[in-house]
Design a protein around this ligand. Structure first.
Ligand code: 6GU
Length: 245
């Protein structure tokens, strides 16, 4: 945690002086499916402020023939289509000729699940590619030859990796220094210290007899900090005891 805080701070200064912009290239069969999460709220603001650039690449533009062929049936038989290596290699190598990439990520349910630590470390990268899984997956040689990191977003199956790529990008982008106004707010989120966030309340202090804990109205910030810490620990024990192991 401390290492991440230090690295995040360092990036904050470096970005300020060098004016670097993080770049995410998303290679997908359905660019339209994935674009809208980048057009709203915090992520849109990050793009508008030039703290991050997100580029979408339609794999179909790298098809092996004029009919737009990018997938084929699996050798050995079985259901579903497999994305071919050639279009993917063409797209990745075009991007690699333009700049170096820190990671080439593949979204797939058969990988380790994304966690805050992975998001923290990816937020320090300069350029990343995310290849989104689709259909029955990609030819294994793509994973062996080009992919440096495989990420799932949990133990359930989505109909494609596009939503996962949006989730991963969001988790990364909000950590880039300057994206969230109050820097401490991203760094004190649930999971940053393996604890769930404490409960929060706002006005009215009494809603139809349901009262806000007195301590939060006390104005005693030391007591409030202690209450929040204890509340976070109690909630974590109750809801996610695995985080405390
Ligand atoms: Cl990354 N892709 C798909 N298709 N399903 C998922 C996933 C990814 N992560 C969890 N389920």
């Amino acid at each position: 945690m401390l290492n991440f805080l230090q690295a995040n701070l360092k990036k904050q200064y470096l970005c300020h002086y060098l004016k670097n912009t993080m770049r995410i290239d998303i290679i997908t069969v359905s660019p339209e499916l994935i674009k809208s999460p980048f057009e709203h709220s915090i992520i849109k603001r990050a793009i508008d402020k030039k703290l991050v650039e997100v580029h979408f690449h339609n794999l179909r533009d790298y098809a092996i023939n004029a009919y737009g062929k990018i997938d084929d049936t699996p050798f050995g038989g079985g259901a579903g289509m497999v994305l071919m290596i050639e279009p993917i290699e063409k797209c990745i190598s075009k991007l690699q000729k333009e700049r170096d990439y820190d990671e080439i990520i593949y979204t797939t349910p058969d990988a380790k699940a994304l966690n805050q630590q992975t998001a923290n470390s990816l937020s320090l990268a300069e350029n990343i590619i995310i290849l989104t899984g689709h259909y029955k997956g990609v030819d294994q040689r793509v994973r062996d030859l080009f992919i440096t990191k495989e990420i799932s977003i949990g133990d359930y199956v989505l109909s494609g990796g596009e939503l996962a790529a949006a989730v991963i990008s969001d988790a990364i982008i909000r950590l880039i220094p300057g994206v969230i106004g109050d820097e401490m707010s991203a760094l004190t989120d649930s999971f940053q210290d393996n604890l769930l966030a404490p409960e929060v309340y706002t006005r009215p202090a009494n809603y139809k007899g349901n009262k806000v804990p007195d301590v939060l109205l006390s104005g005693n910030f030391k007591k409030i900090d202690i209450w929040r810490e204890n509340n976070a620990i109690a909630r974590t024990k109750r809801i996610r005891p695995d985080l405390l192991d």
